[in-house]
Design a protein around this ligand. Structure first.
Ligand code: NAD
Length: 401
């Protein structure tokens, strides 16, 4: 029976999916260090981790039988992707599962900032009755500027519009404007026209310091500002100055240039204690629903890979999905060099088999081809394919009845 090891308290739906795919699943609450992980991987085909377990090149080298690693989260820095790819270990993550959670928090914060809920709440907890409409607004009819119109930005656009906001966006790429949203030609144009600005750019290195004193200065007086993307995108000293001067009427920040490592560690930030500023500890995507969807999504990708060689949305292997119902299938991961496919197919023919279906994709130095054939490949064929100098990994899937 194939085995799966799931670490770091992964949602039970992943256990269910892998079990029903025929896996013996061991689920562990915590992370493991390198030595314990290497030992625990003895005889394991599929590993599931979150952010705290390091799948290093050494771990992967020590356990060549490992077929796939699932990162049950968004981030994949904890996995040596190149080392995994070179060994034919497919890595999957869950890039979209918490999109909705981030969007809902952003919506909640836009309304909270517009109504100065944080200040009202703080006053009342301090025993001060401060009933007034000063500084409180509906969001209906106001203009939201979304910077970065990807998965999160575009979904925020739809929900904000449903609440009656007018939506502008700016993205580096040409993006389809959803609903009545309007694309801006530049970041400056967006900043000059929007009353609430929300950042949803990705973490590329070029976005470091994207938003600083110049960008705040361009924003309309008494605007609201949100960042739920990456901490290093915003200059927090400049944000503090703009909140204190009143130019920015309120801000919500979920991500920070430096975040405490452990639960309960002290949080240091120049934004602490500012009026109408909501600070949250990077919880935009942290909901039960997102965790459940991550479990379902990543376990599904692992099962599709180990059952059929499907690498769609793998973060390190070329994307291949072959749909077919032939008797047998094998997958060949190889160095991307001229003539490999022709030689592999010639070997198939020499062993008396017919290719029923085949899909090849390449990614940098890697080529990956999944082949359906009309009968079970004889061991001599598999040996010959493995012996090709370009072969990195050959996987033969169980023959269909
Ligand atoms: N707070 C949280 O808990 C949480 C959870 C999930 C994701 N995130 C973060 O949210 C951000 C967005 O996630 P996503 O899934 O929508 O990513 P995505 O890759 O789908 O979208 C990012 C978009 O930003 C655009 N972009 C990049 N740099 C830009 C720039 N300088 N100016 C304008 N547009 C730019 C890209 O072209 C892309 O369309 C990421 O940084 C991600 O790490 C945060």
């Amino acid at each position: 029976m194939p085995r799966a090891l799931l670490l770091e308290n992964i949602d039970p739906v992943a256990v269910e999916l892998l079990s029903s795919a025929g896996y013996e699943v061991e689920s562990v609450r915590g992370a493991l260090d390198e030595a314990d992980l290497t030992a625990a991987l003895d005889g394991v085909d599929v590993l599931g981790i979150r952010s705290k377990t390091q799948a290093t090149a050494d771990v992967l080298a020590a356990r060549p039988e490992l077929a796939a690693v699932g990162a049950f989260c968004i981030g994949i820095n904890q996995i040596d992707l190149a080392a995994a790819a070179a060994r034919g270990v497919a890595v999957f993550n869950a890039p979209y599962s918490n999109t909705r959670s981030v969007v809902e928090l952003a919506i909640a914060e836009i309304i909270s900032l517009a109504r100065r809920l944080v200040d009202r709440d703080r006053s009342l907890h301090a025993g001060i009755w401060d009933k007034s409409a000063t500084g409180s607004h509906e969001i209906r009819g106001r203009t939201l500027g979304i910077v970065g119109y990807g998965n999160i930005g575009s979904q925020l656009s739809v929900l904000a519009e449903a609440l009656g906001m007018r939506v502008l966006f700016y993205d580096l790429e040409d993006k389809l404007a959803l609903g009545n949203a309007e694309a801006c030609g530049s970041l400056d144009e967006l900043l000059e026209r929007a009353e609430t600005v929300s950042l949803h750019v990705d973490g590329r290195a070029g976005n470091a310091g994207l938003f600083g004193a110049d960008q705040f200065a361009r924003m309309r007086p008494r605007s609201l500002f949100l960042n739920l993307s990456r901490g290093f995108v915003v200059d927090h000293a400049a944000l503090r100055e703009n909140v204190l001067s009143g130019h920015i009427a309120g801000a919500a920040v979920d991500v920070f240039p430096e975040e405490p490592k452990e639960q309960g560690d002290e949080f240091a930030s120049v934004l602490r204690g500012l009026p109408n500023v909501i600070l949250t500890p990077h919880v935009g995507g942290s909901t039960k629903e997102a965790q459940h969807d991550i479990g379902r999504f990543v376990a599904g990708k692992l099962v599709d890979y180990v059952r059929a060689g499907t690498t769609t949305l793998s973060v390190n292997l070329p994307p291949v999905a072959l749909h077919g119902s032939s008797a047998a299938r094998f997958a060949l991961l190889h160095h991307n060099a001229p003539g490999v496919l022709a030689r592999a197919d010639a070997l198939v023919g020499q062993h008396g088999l017919n290719v029923d279906g085949q899909v090849l994709a390449t990614r940098g130095q890697l080529g990956y081809v999944v082949t359906d054939v009309n009968d079970a490949p004889p061991p001599a064929l598999l040996t010959a394919l493995r012996a090709m100098p370009e072969t990195l990994r050959l996987t033969a899937f169980p023959v269909r009845p």
